[in-house]
Design a protein around this ligand. Structure first.
Ligand code: BES
Ligand code: MN
Ligand code: MN
Length: 462
């Protein structure tokens, strides 16, 4: 396959402007006030897939937000690549912390993006990365170089757990049949150190509610004599880690896939500077499970984190009160072999069991999913490796990520195929945070590398 570089240079401004238009629509799946925008985004994606050369494009209705499906089947005897991405985005708040409005994209230069980056919610996660595939498709079809069949499946509920996609995949195995799944919704180490994501953590997300007295009480009249739900909740939460930062839930580690010392040593070879890491986050020290390095803690080890905690009086000034209820949202990142439903159950039983008699506890599971690992000896990984070699001039490093795309494990179960995670974002791109951005260089490099994957995967399948 010819290098896409000249084509990309020629159409660079249009490629950027098309993405910018897409980023202007606030497709926030978590907030029902934006329902119209989420649905409109699906329409725009559909339209762009048609323009990129798909033969059949449809909006597939689900119990939730629609899935945009597109395909171009050139020869049933050739392999089929299924591209997955998501058009929904995270809520932008806290909105005050954005330097420019989240849905009014601007291009600015940064230290890590000297060629400029697009600042907008969804620029990196995942509209920008999903759109690389649409433009790579345009390149391949308009230059008559598409080497195999392609299917696109772009969903609108990834940021809220992909429930409708699970429903859709279970019902459409035939339609979605493929030889490899390709996703750009992760990151890489740096432009100088290209990497391919070979692992995603699983997830169990729960909400807990602790109830004490039946109403809020005067903290002087009742303080000391009844259980304060906030005191109790914080105590219960802090007991979930021991002094070595191990999680104390009985059975939590039972099924954890422990890596061999060789595998850990291999992981440790990836370039990493703890000093830079601390500097980028303005922290004096890192923190985590004893016996593991920073990169191990955030990829191959399971974790438990409070994502939000509330209750009582948080308005201006002081109010002397013992709240009736306290709440927290807790996520557990899981690793291969841990089953998210089993872990959710272990958490629920443990959390209920450590509650003192003076309160009642309610645990409500939200969503979850299993971890995933891409074997580096599979055909798809080798094709991706070749693709990066051809566009970066370097062999990419396999790297397990701490993030989750729960649907990937379900793809393997239902569609029986492996997933290749070719992410082009950087950890510093601030996904889910204020000032999310995506480097223009990264965007264009993705568009350049994807067609090479199609080429090598088709060649190597022969
Ligand atoms: N694209 C991310 C996941 C990701 C980012 C994986 C970077 C690896 C590297 C995805 O959109 C996401 O945010 N996933 C959620 C889980 C989901 C169930 C809400 C996550 O990881 O918190
Ligand atoms: Mn994403
Ligand atoms: Mn996300």
């Amino acid at each position: 396959m010819k290098s896409a570089k000249p084509y990309i240079q020629e159409h660079k401004d249009r490629f950027l402007n098309e993405l910018i238009d897409l980023l202007k629509i606030p497709s926030i799946s978590a907030d029902s006030n934006f329902k119209k925008d989420v649905i409109q985004t699906a329409e725009v994606v559909k339209d762009r897939l048609i323009k990129a050369g798909c033969d059949k494009v449809e909006i597939c209705e689900t119990p939730g937000y629609p899935i945009v499906y597109g395909e171009k089947i050139i020869d049933p005897n050739l392999p089929t690549v299924l591209v997955y991405g998501h058009y929904d985005v995270q809520p932008p708040d806290p909105i005050d912390l954005w330097d420019s409005p989240p849905f009014e994209p601007v291009i600015k230069k940064t230290e890590l993006h000297p060629e400029g980056a697009i600042f907008a919610r969804g620029s990196c996660d995942d509209k920008g990365q999903m759109y690389m595939h649409v433009k790579a498709m345009e390149y391949m079809t308009s230059t008559n170089q598409l080497p195999c069949n392609v299917k696109f499946m772009i969903e609108g509920e990834e940021e809220i757990g992909s429930e409708s996609l699970g429903w859709f995949v279970e019902r459409n195995q035939e339609k979605l049949s493929n030889d490899i799944i390709l996703i750009s919704d992760t990151g890489m180490i740096s432009p100088e150190v290209p990497s391919i994501t070979t692992g995603l953590r699983g997830l169990s997300y729960v909400e807990v509610e602790v109830t004490g007295p039946n109403r809020d009480l005067h903290s002087g009249l009742y303080g000391g004599a009844v259980a304060n739900p906030i005191n109790i909740l914080t105590k219960m939460i802090s007991s979930l880690h021991d002094e070595n930062n191990h999680i104390t839930i009985p059975g939590f580690y039972d099924k954890v896939d422990e890596l061999s010392l060789e595998e850990r040593a291999k992981m440790g070879e990836a370039p990493f500077s703890l000093e830079d890491y601390k500097k980028a986050l303005d922290i004096n020290a890192v923190f985590g499970e004893k016996g593991y390095t920073t990169n191990e803690r955030n990829s191959i080890r399971p974790t438990l984190d409070v994502n939000g905690i509330w209750g009582g009086y948080i308005g201006e000034g002081a109010k002397t009160v013992i709240a009736s209820k306290a709440y927290a949202k807790i996520s557990m990142r899981l690793v291969p072999n841990q089953d998210w439903e089993e872990i959710t159950e272990l958490f629920k039983n443990h959390f209920e069991s450590i509650a003192p008699k003076a309160v009642t506890v309610k645990v409500t599971p939200h969503h979850g999913g299993q971890a995933y690992v891409t074997p580096i000896d599979c055909l798809g990984y080798k094709a991706a490796e070749n693709a990066y070699e051809s566009t970066f001039g370097k062999t990419p490093i396999p790297q397990r990520s701490g993030g989750s795309i729960p649907i990937v494990a379900l793809f393997e179960k239902e569609l029986k195929s492996k997933t290749i995670l070719m992410g082009f974002g950087l950890d510093s791109d601030a996904i889910h945070s204020p000032n999310e951005h995506f480097g223009i260089w990264n965007y264009l490099k993705g568009i350049e590398t994807i067609p090479q994957f199609f080429h090598y995967f088709t060649e190597m399948s022969k």
